[in-house]
Write a protein that binds this ligand. Sequence first.
Ligand code: GSH
Length: 216
Amino acid sequence: MKLYTYWRSLATFRVRIALNLKGLAYDPIFIDLDAGEQRSAEFKAVNPQMVLPALVEDDGHVLFQSMAIMEYLDEIHPEPALLPADPRGRARVRALSLISVADSHPLIVPRVRAHLGATFNLDDAGRMSWARHWFAAGLDAYEAHLARDQATGLYCHGDRVTMADLCLVSHAMGYKVFKGGLDQHPTVKRIVEACMADARFARAQPLRQPGAPPAP
Ligand SMILES: N[C@@H](CCC(=O)N[C@@H](CS)C(=O)NCC(=O)O)C(=O)O
């Protein structure tokens, strides 16, 4: 399998963790988002949406959208399961996942930040403030749900890692890249620390990818 990836792509981070948890090897193909390589004709032929990640199976089949890829991997490699067995549990895990995937992350991706600059003259500091605002709003939502719900355990849903943890970790570590911390979100912090103690999460994280700046 080939994974089109970039160090700071949070959507790809989610997929890298899923691949590691499932024990699946992949060849990384680096697309420099800061240099705009996602808009090259070569990558557009792989994913016409011009966003990472894209996962290309050995027969050439292309998968895109991180949540669809995670669920696909879970269906063809069921162990360890990324979704609970019961419908309510699956709904909760998907809902927690979507706080980041659908509601927060889309607001801070490079094309949105670039549009804010090019069309609305928002400077670097303003775009940073925008991104941190939406990361923090997502963390507030996670914290409120996770702290009040008895279904929360060592991880987002019970005591086993689920897709919600992959999404939460990508969100929290992305906030770190944007110089944010988790002190105001203790339940999130506890779960993220539990996940990041696992080498399969840790080696997928942005700052450990080729091309990343040195860790602070
Ligand atoms: N909902 C998509 C998000 C895809 C996305 O926006 N990826 C970002 C990197 S995390 C990207 O490639 N952005 C390119 C751009 O904004 O130009 C997913 O979860 O896969």
